[in-house]
Design a protein around this ligand. Sequence first.
Ligand code: NAI
Length: 499
Amino acid sequence: MALTIGIVGTGTMGRGIAQIFAASGNSVILHDARTGAASEAKEFVDGMFSRAAEKGRMTSAEAEAAAGRISTARNLADFSGCDLVIEAIVENLKVKQDLFSALEEIVRADAILATNTSSLSVTEIAASCSNPERVAGYHFFNPVPLMKVVEVIPGARTAPEVAERLGALAREAGHMAVTATDSPGFLVNHAGRGFVTEALQLLREQVAAPAEIDRILREAAGFRMGPFELLDLTGLDVSGPVMQQVYSQFYHEPRFRPSPLIDQRLAAGLLGRKTGEGFYSYSGGTKVEPEERGHAAVDAGSVWISNARPERAAVLHEALIAAGVSVESGAEPSPEAVILVTPVGADATAAATAEGLDASRVVAVDTLFPLSGRRTLMTTPATGKAIAERAAAALSADGNKVTVIADSTGFVAQRVVATIVNIACDIAQAGIATPGDIDLAVTLGLGYPKGPLAWGDEIGPDVVLEILDGIYALGGDPRYRPSPWLRRRADLHMSLCAG
Ligand code: NAI
């Protein structure tokens, strides 16, 4: 049934929200504190409908009708007939509370009040209302018409039917609605913490350079954008304070501890695209991709593969044989051989010492991610340069790209993905959302190649656990302690998606 929806705040988000709800047949009334802003927003959305008609995504009649359903309000009193008012104003608790108190005096007793806040507590916003039962979070993503997911967030006192009605309305507009509890970062921004935090940790440990970490995560793990590209796009002046805020909202939970690298870079003005320099340089707004570290055109010679992890060794063996690399078959490496190890949950040093191998000839290969993408090789601090070059030659013999990183339990991709899976497990454990909603919201809201829980299942909950246990054992940083959700399901050989 078509509703009358008021939208307060007609900036980036308010416009997008107006567009989807007018398109799905609702009447939309726009209001903004800045004179003229609501009319500008209406013009903008009307323009979007005209363009959609030109591109054949709607008929001209539909575009005209949708535009005709949007009107502007001179003041809040014009919202008296609204079934729902969605707030998308400045992100400030007091200002939002004042608005909700004012709206309560105007709208009908059965009208719903929704906030698009991304970082404030819905419960706190609702606390200013005499009827907090009708207040809920309705968290859309930018750009709203393209990001087809919304988090519905009941506050502590929100009536269940309010969340249900908001969910149904979003679905009618073609958006997937997921329900998340009112907790810091809700679902998507909470689940998205691991990607960047872990990449910064890798950088801090000098495992690899930003561009190398980005390449591995794009080309080996399948992310659309690397974490450092993402940081540069968002701007450190925006993402830095968000990292701080989430960390303090979670009472200094080590998983979300921001990197000291951020403050330094902020102070230096290395904000990203907007300042022309961040983790990358920008020329005329275009990212300058640092050249890949070249690998000398050396002869790979013979390689020997450790059989400590037979299933992983087999994957590597097959790829190298197919590439025509000379793979030794003896039980021990010959004195000339490059020694390849395929650890999971251990670094190159640990793999070498566990087997009593000559660390100066050891190179580890990440076999957990498809060897058809970019391949990650890891050296020990003792590995000779010439050995690393020969290993790179062997692994690139079939034309695959190779990145050589320094010792890191879990390489790059294993660490980042295990961190993401672990945080998603914590979200499931805390009942912030159902496993199905977690995976749905993360794929739609963050554009990750897979839902984190399904990804964990694919890698194997026991393998994810092994990676985290390994990192935790090496450095003792509690950020890597495995989630109880993960450990129990790994122990019971159950799916991470099992509630
Ligand atoms: P924006 O700055 O583009 O638009 C905010 C609009 O609200 C402005 O037009 C401003 O004039 C108006 N405004 C400010 N105070 C007002 C008041 N008291 N009464 C009426 N209008 C008022 O901001 P944006 O990006 O659209 O964000 C709005 C809300 O959505 C914030 O709570 C933000 O945290 C949230 N959000 C933003 C996302 C984004 O990517 N930009 C994503 C998801 C949520």
